[in-house]
Write a protein that binds this ligand. Structure first.
Ligand code: ATP
Length: 360
């Protein structure tokens, strides 16, 4: 079997896991490079937590191989693997102080006291919690508890840190702050972070690369920009942002080619009346506005295309006052976009029906 390059922190080969008749993981291949901040993103039940647990060693694969730094660890116990896991509920010891919680792993490994102290203080400093040594978990905020859990994992200096919905227990504002913080901490310590989330914004904000899971499989791996701007499948297009598909079969006159393509709503320009249409390298499709929603900084149009199908356009600079926007329902418009914002979708879903619009 192909063996991972040494600069891969994690390599998964043909990973499968069944629970009775449920196929939780249905064949996953993945390489995560040393030092990457990597997200496994997908809806509930798509198998990402099971993959994380197989990397940690809490679950053994039905089939396939887990390699850490090029070494096959598939049959090794969790403590024999160079990984640490931060759980969503943090699992801190309530009767211990912050310092004792962070030192705990080193005490178990019988690291001498002086070194233990130094490493624990280093870890607390890296999560910006110096001065909190003597507190107990109950005396900390949610975000601070999260950092203690992080420090407790970092103190072991693992090669890979696994994080299961690390910000899931925090409220929205704190979560947004911690997204930035977590990214900064990861950059400083230089350890590979592999985290599980069902929150697309979180995955796009924090990660170097993202794997999008669906039904126990990976549909696409790429940088946040690649995933967002060039979704490879209709599932990715719909799960990450708003799916906006235009079918070449339905609209050959517009696209001049066959196939199904995705265009993000903010890449579409809404042209009213006899405004300027498509320039060179642009495409244009005429249609009728079926819905307009004024949404603060941007206005959202749902347009039924003459050529068939429906697109959503998000417009920031409309030359119409916000008062008049709602009156545009039923108007004739043209949608214009640059060809470089149009990406082929591998699987062929129903033509031109954006997911959100189809539900509305
Ligand atoms: P979530 O975000 O809700 O945790 P997930 O994408 O992480 O979802 P998994 O937790 O990996 O998904 O679960 C994948 C599938 O495997 C689900 O159908 C789940 O019910 C099933 N499953 C997971 N663990 C077990 C188990 N120990 N026994 C039986 N079925 C399980």
């Amino acid at each position: 079997m192909f063996s991972a390059m040494p600069d891969q922190a994690v390599s998964l080969r043909g990973l499968r896991k069944t629970f009775g008749s449920v196929e939780a993981v249905a064949g996953v291949d993945l390489d995560v490079a040393d030092g990457e901040f990597f997200a496994m993103l997908g809806p509930s039940g798509s198998g990402k937590t099971t993959v994380l647990r197989m990397i940690a060693g809490f679950e053994s694969p039905t089939e396939g191989v887990v390699e850490l730094a090029g070494r096959d660890v598939t049959r090794l116990a969790p403590f024999e693997r160079d990984v640490n896991t931060v759980f969503q509920d943090y699992a801190l010891f309530p009767h211990m102080t912050v310092l004792q919680n962070v030192e705990y792993g080193l005490r178990v490994k019988r690291v001498a006291k002086a070194e233990r102290r130094e490493r624990a203080h280093d870890a607390l400093r890296s999560v910006r919690l110096d001065g909190f040594d003597a507190r107990r978990p109950a005396q900390l905020s949610g975000g601070q508890r999260q950092r203690v859990a992080l420090a407790r994992a970092l103190v072991n200096r693992p090669r890979v840190l696994l994080l299961d919905e690390p910000l899931g227990a925090l409220d929205l504002k704190l979560r947004e702050e911690m997204q930035v913080e977590l990214k900064a901490i990861q950059r400083e310590v230089g350890i590979t972070f592999l985290f599980v989330t069902h929150d697309q914004e979180e995955a796009l904000t924090m990660s170097d690369r993202v794997a999008v899971f669906n039904h126990g499989r990976i549909e696409q791996v790429g940088t946040p920009a690649e995933i967002y701007e060039r979704p490879a499948t209709s599932f990715v297009a719909g799960f990450v942002g708003t799916s906006n598909l235009i079918s070449g079969y339905a609209a050959p006159a517009v696209l001049g080619k066959e196939g199904t393509f995705s265009v993000r709503p903010e890449k579409l320009r809404v042209v009213l009346g006899d405004g300027e249409g498509a320039g060179p390298d642009e495409h244009e499709a005429a249609g009728t506005v079926s819905e307009v929603v004024y949404a603060g900084p941007a206005t959202r149009f749902v347009v039924d295309l003459d050529a068939g199908g429906r697109l959503i356009a998000l417009q920031q600079n409309l030359q119409v006052s916000s008062m008049d926007v709602l009156g545009l329902r039923g108007s004739r418009v043209r949608l214009v976009w640059h060809r470089r914002h149009e990406f082929a979708i591998a699987d062929a879903p129903a033509p031109g029906i954006p997911r959100e619009a189809a539900h509305s």
